[in-house]
Design a binder for this molecule. Structure first.
Ligand SMILES: Nc1ncnc2c1ncn2[C@@H]1O[C@H](COP(=O)(O)OP(=O)(O)OP(=O)(O)O)[C@@H](O)[C@H]1O
Ligand SMILES: [Mg+2]
Length: 253
């Protein structure tokens, strides 16, 4: 059983107009086996939280802490975080020209685990995972994300999730841009990873439709860099009906 604990997290970035505060004291605790959904209006800081957990250098932590089983995540480099068991499925996965999927997956798996997976079982595992996610075998020879459609990129993020077996997965809008079939396939992948045990999930989404397939234990509403309200799965339905109006203060206040 592991715990990812985020305490009073404050994050800013440097922009041409000066320092911009984005996260203004985020508290969140995720344990193995739990699924937490984060919902909230555009620009409220959801992806900033995801990037800060992963260690993106652009985001400066001004206060607070992130710990994984008591270990200081903020003191770790990006690759140390991955080895410690943190995984981020990006809202906009990047293309990596010149690196094939096969090479990338095996190199990343080796770096995360500290030793290379046995070639025979690994090849089979990759092939099976691709099949379950309905990713055509040809993709193994293509460069990472290069020319992939939006939905294909999202499936490949979940392929990595299933193969790398992290302790905590942050999925940033993995559902956006997916057609109904892909949404189901991707959700099943997340559920398989969760059912295998040993994983907690932070699911950032705008839509309750993915929550029909992936049942959240907790829903957090993110507004203006903070968690404004928390509840169970029913909160997501309420947000879909009512929007975020009641959380937003009129401009200028
Ligand atoms: N690198 C950056 N440069 C400038 N502004 C940034 C940067 N990263 C984040 N911001 C700003 O910080 C705020 C929060 O952005 P973030 O991407 O975290 O929002 P979000 O909640 O993920 O929104 P969405 O639902 O649209 O994905 C936004 O106002 C955004 O413009
Ligand atoms: Mg975002």
């Amino acid at each position: 059983m592991s715990t990812l604990d985020i305490r009073d997290l404050q994050v800013s970035i440097e922009t041409e107009q000066g320092t911009k505060e984005i996260l203004k004291g985020v508290n969140l605790t995720v344990k193995t086996g739990e699924t937490h959904a984060i919902m909230g209006p555009n620009g409220s800081g959801k992806s900033t939280l995801a990037s800060t957990i992963a260690g993106h250098p652009r985001y400066h932590v001004d206060g607070g802490s992130i710990t994984l089983d008591g270990e200081d995540v903020l003191a770790m480099s990006v690759d140390e975080r991955a080895r410690a068991g943190l995984f981020l499925a990006m809202q906009y996965p990047v293309e990596v020209p010149g690196v094939t999927m096969t090479n990338f997956l095996r190199t990343a798996k080796t770096a995360i685990d500290g030793d290379a997976p046995s070639l025979r079982t690994w090849t089979k595992e990759v092939r099976e995972a691709m099949g379950q996610l309905r990713i055509d075998a040809d993709f193994a020879h293509r460069n990472v994300n290069e020319g992939f459609s939006g939905g294909e990129k999202k499936r490949v993020e979940i392929l990595q999730l299933e193969l790398f077996k992290p302790k905590f997965a942050v999925l940033d809008e993995t559902d956006s841009g997916l057609d109904v079939d892909a949404l189901k396939v991707v959700s099943e992948g997340v559920n398989r990873a969760q059912a295998a045990g040993g994983m907690g999930t932070l699911l950032i989404t705008h839509y309750t439709r993915i929550l029909r397939y992936i049942k959240p234990d907790f829903v957090h509403v993110f507004v203006d860099g903070r968690v404004a309200e928390e509840g169970g799965a029913e909160l997501a339905d309420r947000l879909e009906d009512e929007g975020y109006d009641r959380f937003l203060t009129p401009a200028g206040k």
